[in-house]
Write a protein that binds this ligand. Structure first.
Ligand code: ADP
Length: 396
């Protein structure tokens, strides 16, 4: 491999495409070259921002709404920007894909059959999967010989036992794919790598990692392998999130149906109008809620902290104990206030947070005498995608 080789990583959601370019050294080390984001897809305020590895702005400009009406259009804009700024084509493109379904247990090279299979999982991740696949399809049409790799949020959880993989429903439904897939796996894989390198004392240990961002889940990791997750069949289950409710009595969905709501209305409600946003009536941004004096904001924060705390320690049942808890993602990495609020529910377990360490965002935020170590790790899903992409194209 020559020193000019690069890899592109794409993480596409409904309102933004994030992209990252990595250089590959002769020793196959990856180093970031640039990172960009086209946000506001489908709105009047689409913007393209690109920064180099030092954080210097390379581009920051408004994109005409007609050029970013959907994710496909937005990918065309990103592709045009990249081809104008790169000397050659990247070696390969790695994509974040939320759902790998029951069959795909590891990253795969993309071909037409894989795209078709991934499209068939759309109902399992209706708001994520089509957006994840759109850039892949655009690149395949424009540059059919450029290798592309799909990396799945579900793959890290395929080490679950038969019990962890099930709901208490008839076996026939399990065979049809009604399983507890789990998500945020690329983030957990990164956290597992960091724990192994940076916290060798925890090697082989019982770790609960909590990805607390817009989406929220927690994962029980035994010796770096996922044994259980709070998310299951879809990214709706488990802990409360920015706009999704997490745990919910299925009877509530029946109640909404009885009131005449359609499938699409219920889907929209569950993915966009619940969680912190629904509870507070203010919004889903943790910073805004933490700054607010409104009683409803306080209620939303109290609910969030309680249920997240409960979900994290509940995962101890999967491992018969917990040696360490690791916070990650937007809220987990940056909100000392929410971490402290969550940890207050763990005092009965002998968990103690050191205020100064917590304010400094760790890495260790618990006191020396805390019965369980509590840490903060900055996640890096893109690096995991780049590593998998490099591994797969090198093996070809
Ligand atoms: P995603 O990548 O899924 O969009 P993130 O991991 O970026 O989500 O997390 C977004 C959440 O993190 C938002 O609720 C945001 O308010 C919160 N967040 C980001 N920075 C801070 C901060 N400094 N303090 C509190 N919350 C923060």
């Amino acid at each position: 491999m020559n020193s000019q080789d690069t890899l592109l990583v794409i993480n596409a959601g409904s309102s933004s495409i994030k992209f990252y370019l990595y250089g590959i050294s002769a020793e196959r080390e990856l180093s970031p070259i640039l990172g960009g984001q086209l946000e506001g897809i489908g709105t009047q305020h689409s913007r393209l921002r690109v920064r180099d590895a030092q954080g210097q702005t390379m581009t920051e400009r408004q994109i005409a709404p007609r050029h970013a009406a959907d994710v496909r259009d937005a990918q065309e804009v990103v592709g045009t920007w990249l081809s104008g700024h790169l000397s050659g084509s990247p070696l390969a493109v790695g994509h974040r894909v939320v759902h790998g379904g029951p069959d795909l247990h590891a990253p795969v090279l993309v071909d037409d059959a894989i795209i078709e299979k991934l499209q068939s999982y759309t109902s399992l991740a209706p708001l994520h999967q089509p957006n994840n696949l759109a850039p892949m399809q655009v690149i395949r049409e424009r540059l059919p010989h450029l290798p592309q790799v799909a990396c799945f949020d579900t793959a890290f959880h395929r080490t679950h036992s038969a019990v962890a993989d099930r709901y208490a429903v008839p076996e026939a439904m399990y065979q049809e794919g009604v399983r507890r897939y789990g998500f945020h796996g690329l983030s957990y894989e990164y956290v597992a790598q960091r724990v192994k390198r940076a916290l060798p004392d925890l090697q082989g240990g019982k770790v609960v990692a909590a990805h607390i961002g817009s989406g929220v889940s927690a994962c029980a990791m035994l010796d770096g392998k996922s044994v259980d997750s709070t998310m299951g069949f879809t990214a709706l289950e488990g802990l409360p999130m920015g706009t999704r409710p997490g745990r919910l009595d299925p009877g509530i969905v029946l109640w909404l149906m009885e009131r005449g709501m359609s499938h699409d209305e219920i889907q929209h409600f569950l993915y966009h109008d619940c969680g912190l946003k629904g509870l507070s009536g203010i919004g889903n941004d943790m910073r805004e809620l933490e700054a607010s004096d409104a009683p409803a904001a306080r209620l939303a924060l109290d609910y969030f902290a309680w249920r997240v705390a409960e979900g994290i320690v509940g995962l101890g049942c999967a491992m018969n104990g917990i040696d360490a808890i690791v916070f990650t993602a937007g809220i987990g990495e940056n909100s000392a206030g929410m971490r402290a609020r969550i940890a207050r529910h763990w005092e009965w377990l002998g968990i103690r947070i050191d205020d100064a360490r917590n304010a400094a965002h760790g890495p260790r935020i618990s006191t020396e005498d805390s019965k369980i170590g509590v840490y903060v790790v900055r996640t890096n899903e893109e690096l995991i995608i780049a590593q998998h992409t490099l591994d797969l194209v090198s093996a070809r």
